[in-house]
Design a protein around this ligand. Structure first.
Ligand SMILES: NC(=O)c1ccc[n+]([C@@H]2O[C@H](COP(=O)([O-])OP(=O)(O)OC[C@H]3O[C@@H](n4cnc5c(N)ncnc54)[C@H](O)[C@@H]3O)[C@@H](O)[C@H]2O)c1
Length: 335
């Protein structure tokens, strides 16, 4: 099959591209290689992908309407896995326009490409951050998600709304995946695990927000990729019996679906740090800090729908995952 993977130089896009190439699919990856975090890491990921004859990379910005339209016209993809975005909750407080360009305009250029080229399935990244002010846990895709607390989250919720509209108007099958705090080797330098590993290794203190009183449903990268690989084969169909009043917001009369992919096992920030300390074999110096604006207290995924439809749910323990990350981190950075 022929795939477009957006954000192929990014953390999740890199792993997904690898999996698709290993399965023998033809993959065209795009990425604008922006410097939101260390560009060398993005280049290093792309270098790892160079070994696949069935992979081609094009540097392209999602917001480049003509460029994206030309790519769809030239390549005639069957499926699109759209992972490129401006990620990060905290960065969205200071750089809101980056989210408008990459996540709103960017999502629309991809939807337009799908609209004009008869794409069999568009799978795109949403986020657990859409649950915003929801306090009922675990977070279920049947809950309403109308109260985001960061612009990042609002753009991800918007992606779901925009996708629904295109599924309804043009019959494009779309599936949104709400990922829960993804971590692992080749992970993102702006995320806690990476930042903490670097600071602890350098003997510097780490900032522990809300005095450590936070929980995250950390999800190991291999579990995320397994979830994407299985879901992209489940192509949403129209459901004439669905109504807003009787159905779940994660479905529709249109060929539209939304799933959570999370570990289903929230971990307290303090125990997460314990796992990292034991993998590094160094004690962390901690700066206890207040809550940060835009952050949520707890994330916890209900993955029953994912399991029901794919027979899979994430199952990597935090200890195993953190150890794999540390092994990679120490080898890659010779730390
Ligand atoms: N990692 C997580 O914990 C997590 C959690 C929830 C949702 N997500 C979502 O999953 C997706 C992948 O996340 P990731 O962790 O791999 O992030 P990442 O930042 O490592 O990857 C995203 C890639 O997209 C590229 N990109 C950004 N804007 C672009 C644009 N305008 N045009 C072209 N390329 C662009 C970046 O250069 C980057 O390489 C994102 O949509 C993110 O919002 C991630």
């Amino acid at each position: 099959m022929k795939y477009l993977v957006t954000g192929a130089a990014g953390f999740i896009g890199f792993y997904l591209t690898k999996r698709l190439c290993e399965a023998g699919h033809e993959v065209v990856g795009i990425d604008n290689l922006n410097d939101y975090y260390d560009v060398n890491l993005k280049h290093a990921r792309l270098k790892e992908l160079e070994i696949y004859q069935n992979f081609r990379f094009q540097k392209l910005d999602l917001a480049d309407r003509e460029g994206v339209a030309k790519l769809f016209e030239a390549e005639q993809f069957q499926r699109v896995i759209h992972l490129a975005a401006q990620a990060g909750v905290r960065y969205s407080l200071d750089n809101p326009m980056a989210y408008a360009d990459s996540n709103l305009v960017g999502h629309l250029t991809i939807l337009e490409g799908c609209r004009h080229h008869n794409i069999e399935h568009l799978v795109y990244a949403s986020s657990s951050s859409v649950y915003g002010l929801n306090s009922k846990t675990p977070f279920s895709t049947s809950d309403s998600v109308d109260h985001p607390i960061s612009l990042y989250a609002a753009t991800k919720k918007s992606n779901e709304l925009m996708s629904h509209t295109y599924s309804h108007l043009y019959g494009i099958p779309t599936t949104g995946l709400r990922f829960f705090t993804v971590y692992g080797p080749w992970g993102r330098p702006d995320m806690a695990l990476f930042k903490f590993a670097k600071l602890i290794t350098e003997g510097k203190p780490i900032d522990v927000y809300n005095n450590g009183n936070l929980s995250r449903d950390f999800t190991y990268i291999d579990d995320i990729v397994e979830g994407i690989i299985r879901i992209q084969d489940v192509i949403p169909q129209k459901d004439e019996n669905w109504t807003v009043e009787s159905g779940s917001p994660a479905q529709s009369s249109a060929p539209y679906k939304v799933y959570n992919i999370g570990n289903g096992n929230p971990v307290k920030l303090e125990s997460f740090i314990d796992s990292l300390e034991s993998a590094l074999n160094i004690k962390a110096q901690k700066n206890y800090m207040p809550m940060q604006p835009g952050d949520v207290y707890k994330t916890y995924a209900d993955v029953d729908n994912l399991f029901e439809i794919t027979g899979f749910k994430p199952n990597t323990s935090i200890e195993a995952g953190v150890t794999k990350f540390v092994d990679w981190y120490q080898a890659f950075y010779k730390a």
